[in-house]
Design a protein around this ligand. Structure first.
Ligand SMILES: Cc1cc2nc3c(=O)[nH]c(=O)nc-3n(C[C@H](O)[C@H](O)[C@H](O)COP(=O)(O)O)c2cc1C
Length: 189
């Protein structure tokens, strides 16, 4: 597998993005990480995490969301997939409107035009009609909409279990073998 872009935007649930980055980095997968200004706030508030901490992690290149000339913004770059986790309603709306005004949105639009795998993990509740319409649009354009709503059929006992449920679904979409969350086997009732 080549490089994967992981973008964290300013929706609640920054921990989903952090955990995905941790698992991919541990697997030796090369990552380009982009964090929006709002996500810097949620990372600090929810996870007590500063983006400088990425610099000490393996296999990670941190890109500046304002740097529209970064590698992730290029259609000719060798990038396999992009995940936006969590994805805010703002970023969702920009993508549905074709707006690429920062590195996250530009890279996502490039992913769409290059027909690369694009996975979006929206987190909002309840949803406005505009969110639903925007998700429908993006889904029609082959973007995977993977809401941050964990299942409970695997009997989670911790917040970590709930986080790993979503991260496991993302890894499945990336076709990366994983057993970080208990799977349904069909004979559990
Ligand atoms: C603590 C906090 C939690 C937020 N949670 C959400 C959320 O769950 N979903 C959402 O769509 N926006 C949420 N927002 C609002 C976004 O941060 C805001 O819409 C911002 O413009 C998103 O910009 P970005 O997509 O460039 O990160 C939250 C903001 C704050 C400060």
């Amino acid at each position: 597998m080549g490089e994967i872009i992981v973008a964290i935007t300013g929706a609640s649930g920054a921990i989903y993005g952090l955990r995905l980055i941790e698992v991919l980095s541990d697997l030796g997968i090369h990552l380009r990480v982009i964090v929006t200004e709002s996500a810097k706030l949620t990372l600090k508030h929810e996870c007590d995490f500063e983006i400088e901490q990425f610099k000490s992690m393996e296999n990670i290149i941190l890109e500046d969301n304002e740097d529209i000339a970064a590698k992730s913004a290029s259609g000719s770059a060798k990038i396999d997939a992009m995940v936006i986790v969590p994805c805010s309603g703002t970023t969702l709306g920009k993508l549905a409107a074709g707006i690429g005004d920062n590195l996250v949105t530009r890279s996502a639009i490039v992913s769409m035009k290059e027909r690369r795998k694009l996975i979006i993990v929206p987190r909002e509740s309840p949803l406005a009609t505009t969110h639903i319409e925007n998700m429908l649009k993006l889904s029609t354009w082959d973007t995977v909409i993977l809401p941050a709503s964990p299942g409970f059929y695997n009997q989670p006992t911790s917040v970590d279990d709930l986080i790993d449920f979503i991260v496991s679904r993302i890894l499945d979409q990336l076709k990366i073998d994983n057993n970080i969350s208990k799977r349904w086997t069909g004979n559990e009732i």
